[in-house]
Design a binder for this molecule. Structure first.
Ligand code: NAP
Length: 276
């Protein structure tokens, strides 16, 4: 589907490497030399060359020469400098896909002086192909470029397109920061299992299977979580006793506040970085 299109990565850190690895392992990109990665450290370039067979450079401008797709995978803190460097250097018919948290389509378009921009928000589960990536495209992105975006993001898991850019900030709060919240919940469940006498290995195995099984059940039955919760809550039983404690500890409010805080911090960081 991507054929012989060249893809340039600006930034070959954690996320850059994960995307490269998924594109190659899923054969979304057939030949590694169709990928060129730009990263400031030569040692990192060497590692990426050896591990994946991709081409590398320490020069961002060289990376985007003649490319069809540019993937911006740098930290928000260096984005303004990177955009200044690339301004006017990206081929006019190329598509820019950004994974930079908080960077809006208009700031990317102005900073790069480029019109075809896709802004995405992936989460960490892209590493295992079960990520969720919400994305939004500028009006100049063509139908073919939209389908190229889908093909790339499908190599990472589920992709969800939206016309409302605000959805991306909300996705940062829910599905991107949310992976961190889920890991904290998992950690707390394991610790609780150890506290009641299970070994750490037993507690981890039981916790992970409980969560994975519950998620699978929801996917299969499409039932509301409250319906499934009621099915395991017998009157005066163990689950009811535990649920009472969770409600008393304001679990719903705490989770809601965590998502709201992540959304508000995303917007704050986006506006700070863009003003620099
Ligand atoms: N990690 C996540 O779960 C996640 C999820 C969604 C979105 N994101 C977004 O993904 C982006 C990348 O995150 P990351 O975790 O991959 O960060 P990272 O590991 O720090 O990778 C960024 C890479 O960019 C390189 N770089 C720095 N300055 C550069 C420049 N001027 N030109 C080209 N490359 C440069 C860095 O090299 P040095 O290390 O040598 O400085 C590093 O290899 C961020 O904007 C983040 O918001 C991350």
């Amino acid at each position: 589907m991507l054929g012989d299109l060249q893809i340039a990565f600006i930034g070959g850190g954690t996320m850059g490497e994960i995307i490269i690895s998924r594109l190659l392992s899923t054969k979304t990109v057939q030949k590694p030399d169709l990928i060129i990665v730009s990263n400031p450290l030569s040692a990192r370039c060497l590692y990426l060359e050896k591990e994946y067979g991709v081409r590398t450079t320490t020069c961002n401008i060289e990376a985007v020469l003649g490319t069809s797709i540019v993937i911006l995978a740098v930290k928000p803190q260096v984005l303004v400098v990177v955009m200044a460097m690339l301004r006017g250097k990206i081929p006019l018919d190329a598509l820019v896909i950004s994974i930079v948290a908080g960077a809006s389509i208009s700031s990317l378009s102005q900073g790069l002086n480029h019109s075809a921009i896709v802004r995405t928000m992936p989460n960490l589960a892209v590493q295992v192909g079960h990520g969720t990536t919400v994305w939004s495209a500028s009006p100049s992105v063509t139908e073919i470029q939209r389908s190229h975006t889908q093909v790339i993001l499908q190599a990472l898991g589920k992709e969800i397109a939206t016309q409302n850019e605000y959805d991306l900030d909300m996705a940062t709060g829910l599905s991107s920061a949310g992976t961190g919240f889920v890991f904290l919940f998992i950690e707390a469940m394991i610790d609780a299992g150890v506290q009641i006498g299970l070994t750490r290995t037993q507690a981890q195995e039981l916790t992970l299977h409980t969560i994975a099984g519950s998620v699978e059940l929801m996917f299969e039955t499409h039932e509301h979580p409250a319906v499934l919760r009621n099915k395991v809550t017998s009157p005066g039983g163990a689950t009811a006793a535990g649920l009472y404690e969770l409600e008393k500890g304001s679990m719903r409010t705490v989770i809601s506040n965590a998502v709201l805080a992540a959304l508000s911090r995303t917007q704050q960081l986006g506006s700070i970085e863009m003003k620099k």
